[in-house]
Design a protein around this ligand. Sequence first.
Ligand code: SF4
Length: 225
Amino acid sequence: MTKRSQLEQHDQQIVSCRKCPRLVEWREEVARVKRKAYKDQEYWGRPVPGFGDPKARVLVVGLAPGAHGSNRTGRQFTGDASGNFLYPALYKAGYTNQPTSESRSDGLVLQDMYITASGRCAPPDNKPSPEELNQCQSYLERELEIIDPKVIVCLGRIAFERILKIYSVRNPVYKFAHGASYPLENGKWVLCSYHPSQQNTSTKKLTVEMFDTIWVKAGELSKRN
Ligand code: SF4
């Protein structure tokens, strides 16, 4: 079975998941009530699978869907402020065919990159509980197994801690810091970045220049032997 068909099978499992009652209720409630600006759109309202190049050397891990972003559009970082900051940077670095990401049918293609998240359902206040993230972990583990990336870029501390947990890393030297990278098993690397949330970008905690360095570094690490 090709990596693509393994991922398609995996995605079907993800989108039908109802393991976390609080999140099922929230994601569906948001999809029912909608934000005024999107009242004519049909919200996705389900878990959001990963997407991208099945043979990617770079895998990006975010936190969880935004209520009116990917919970609305059904694709990672699509239709919200975080995505509006992320995709121009990825385009500049050569990972996408276009700088925008608005809907599942907008023609966006990822090259040598796969984008996924620690949690697949939109959480209230953008905060999944540790138990919910634990419930969801097996989906990320399976993607890592299928794709077998060389570099894992963690957008935010929560994604970084999840990756350390998955790879059973307990080394105190592995600390979250923007731009920090550490070796994992089998020649893999984990690379940390601040999350491109509006809170971080509007306060300049994360600038365009700081974000650009992440994708240059990811490219360098992905080509290392
Ligand atoms: S967060 Fe993950 S485990 Fe929980 S319901 Fe959504 S997809 Fe399932």
